[in-house]
Design a protein around this ligand. Structure first.
Ligand code: SF4
Ligand code: ZN
Length: 301
């Protein structure tokens, strides 16, 4: 796993916790009778998101429930990661639901069949399952552990790539509707090192094993370096920047809801007639058919 560290100052966990709780309160991330599924990957960020949402619900005695949701990606390291997530859920006393990506798509085979980077295929499958499965389980919201630096990286890349409309999605709460479940991001104003320190001090069992492809952090390097340099002059530059992005989106961002259709094959939301996962499935099937035809032809020779 590529690990990019932001030069850390002393982490003030009280301030961090207050900031996360204020995010939850201000943007109504937890409401009465909510059933919130937190997508837990086993890493520190989603682990912190799960624990803090549970703390918030308990502290304010809200009639709501938080549960863990984990996707076993079907890679070599996935069984160990699943075990760590199960241990975390047990330690926190929350329910857990595990879904196996292979029941829907073999991610590695799809990456080979399409020539797409594995992280791109993996991302498409995760987005699909993180909406479909919790919705079928009765979720009112799905939470993720994305933090300020994830969003700032996304923001800068979209700015440079001129994908301006995508940046309107940088919000603490993205409303669902129809087949889409509302997404919440309680850690949008948190730094990665704060999540790490919170998990460490609470003794939460974060997975020691990462996905073997470990490329998630690679694309973040330049942005992390830029932010680290800016923080040498102003230690809160990063939080001010993400605060400004969210403020702008709340004031001026029209909810540019993509025109979604129902996938003609599986019925899930899709931007075209067929959803991304069904297209990937078709590519795998085509590649398998081609392989077996080549084998048959080789046998005839
Ligand atoms: Fe998926 Fe890539 Fe992250 Fe592994 S590193 S979990 S393949 S996105
Ligand atoms: Zn589909």
């Amino acid at each position: 796993m590529i690990s990019i560290r932001v030069p850390t100052r002393e982490v003030d966990l009280d301030t961090y916790r207050r900031r996360v709780f204020e995010t939850i309160r201000r943007y109504r991330l937890v409401e009465i009778r909510d059933v919130i599924y937190v997508a837990v990957s086993g890493g520190k960020d989603s682990c912190a998101a799960l624990a803090l949402l549970k703390e918030y619900i308990e502290e304010y005695r809200i009639d709501a429930e938080v549960r863990a949701f984990h996707i076993n990606l079907g890679f070599r390291t996935s069984a160990k990661i699943e075990e760590a997530v199960r241990t975390l859920a047990e330690a926190l006393g929350v329910g857990i639901h595990v879904v196996y990506a292979r029941d829907y798509l073999d991610i590695e085979a799809a990456a080979r069949a399409t020539g797409r980077p594995i992280c791109s295929v993996c991302g498409a499958v995760k987005r699909y399952l993180m909406n479909k499965v919790p919705r079928e389980l009765g979720a009112t919201k799905v939470a993720t552990g994305h933090h300020a630096y994830d969003f700032l990286t996304y923001y800068i890349k979209n700015l440079v790539g001129r994908n301006h409309l995508w940046n309107f999605k940088i919000l603490p709460r993205v409303e669902g509707g129809g087949l889409l479940v509302t997404k919440i991001r309680p850690l949008i104003f948190a730094r990665p090192e704060e999540n790490e320190e919170y998990c460490r001090r609470r003794g939460l069992p974060v997975s020691a094993v990462c996905c073997e492809y470990g490329l998630c952090g690679a694309a973040h390097a330049e942005v992390y370096e830029m932010l680290a340099a800016a923080r040498r002059r102003d230690p809160d530059f990063d939080l001010k920047l993400i605060g400004g992005v969210v403020d702008f989106n709340m004031k001026f961002g029209r909810a540019e809801v993509e025109q979604l259709h129902k996938c003609k094959i599986c019925g899930e939301p899709a931007s075209g007639e067929i959803c991304a996962v069904c297209k990937l499935r078709a590519a795998v099937a085509k590649s398998l058919a081609k392989d077996s035809q080549s084998l048959r032809e080789a046998g005839r020779r």
